[in-house]
Design a protein around this ligand. Structure first.
Ligand SMILES: N[C@@H](CCC(=O)N[C@@H](CS)C(=O)NCC(=O)O)C(=O)O
Ligand SMILES: *[C@@H]1O[C@H](CO)[C@@H](O)[C@H](O)[C@H]1NC(C)=O
Ligand SMILES: *[C@@H]1O[C@H](CO)[C@@H](O)[C@H](O)[C@H]1NC(C)=O
Length: 233
């Protein structure tokens, strides 16, 4: 009896509903890889290259937002990428902690991850959904935000300090979009924020990160499709 019970408790079934180019899904993939968790990956279907054909499982598991990523842990869904990463950190707490245990430091990490969520993707979109002079406000705002993040990084190897942490996981997937921002906007992020770009390169040396992120050309292709479809190009 005892052994059977233990066996049931230990059998973890982890499924990820995802889309390979998604920066939000990439966060969850990095966290799972850092923790060494085995899981079943399920790619949602895309039609006409840009529109998600949502699976019935996705609609059932995330009926509120109907968005990927969704982590299904032993049959129970967890939604919203940062909440999923926090959940992973709390459930698999035996290795590679992502959030600090000190309440103040923890709050700071959550603040910066929230800052990334509120700013970076939307600034990028102001660049790639516009052209010419109309891109300037987006470019300026993006650089301002990235400089604030660079200040927070300081001289640490990672936002998490000596190890990859919550803010690293939150921001890294957006780095794959930099190439598209730079190409659409004809500017260099590395010239403006060299320390941040060096940080991203350092992180990309980790297998957990490299294997969890889409190639920047795939992201650029996606953005080009959207620009063509909406008549910007
Ligand atoms: N705040 C969400 C954002 C997730 C999100 O925007 N997912 C996109 C793909 S990158 C999606 O599923 N979009 C489908 C839709 O908006 O209907 C998170 O952090 O998980
Ligand atoms: C969308 O997915 C459903 C099944 O989930 C399938 O029957 C349908 O053909 C798909 N539509 C397109 C346009 O791929
Ligand atoms: C891109 O920027 C450079 C200067 O940084 C400029 O010389 C060049 O004309 C620009 N290209 C386009 C297509 O605007």
């Amino acid at each position: 009896m005892w052994f059977e019970l233990r066996y049931v408790e230990m059998a973890e079934v982890v499924v990820l509903l995802d889309l390979s180019i998604s920066p939000f899904g990439s966060r969850v993939r990095i966290a799972l890889a850092e923790k060494g968790i085995k899981y079943e990956y399920r790619e949602e279907e895309v039609k006409d290259k840009i529109i998600l054909n949502k699976s019935s499982l996705l609609l059932q598991m995330n009926p509120i937002h109907k968005k990927i990523p969704v982590l299904i842990h032993n049959g129970k869904p967890i939604c919203e990428s940062l909440i999923i990463v926090q959940y992973i950190d709390e459930v698999w707490n035996d290795k590679s902690p992502l959030l600090p245990s000190d309440p103040y430091e923890r709050a700071q990490a959550m603040f910066w991850a929230d800052f990334v969520d509120k700013k970076i993707y939307d600034c990028g979109k102001k660049i790639w959904m516009n052209k010419g002079e109309e891109q300037e406000p987006g470019k300026q705002e993006l650089i301002e935000c990235l400089k604030l993040l660079e200040g927070e990084l300081g001289d640490k190897p990672y936002f998490g300090g000596d190890n990859l942490g919550f803010v690293d996981v939150a921001l890294l997937p957006l780095h794959c979009w930099f190439y598209a921002y730079e190409t659409c906007g004809n500017f260099s992020i590395e010239v403006e924020c060299p320390k941040l770009v060096a940080w991203a390169k350092r992180c990309m040396e980790r297998e957990s990160v490299l294997n969890s992120l889409p190639n920047q050309n795939l992201v650029y292709d996606y953005i080009l499709q959207v620009r063509k479809r909406t008549g910007i190009e």
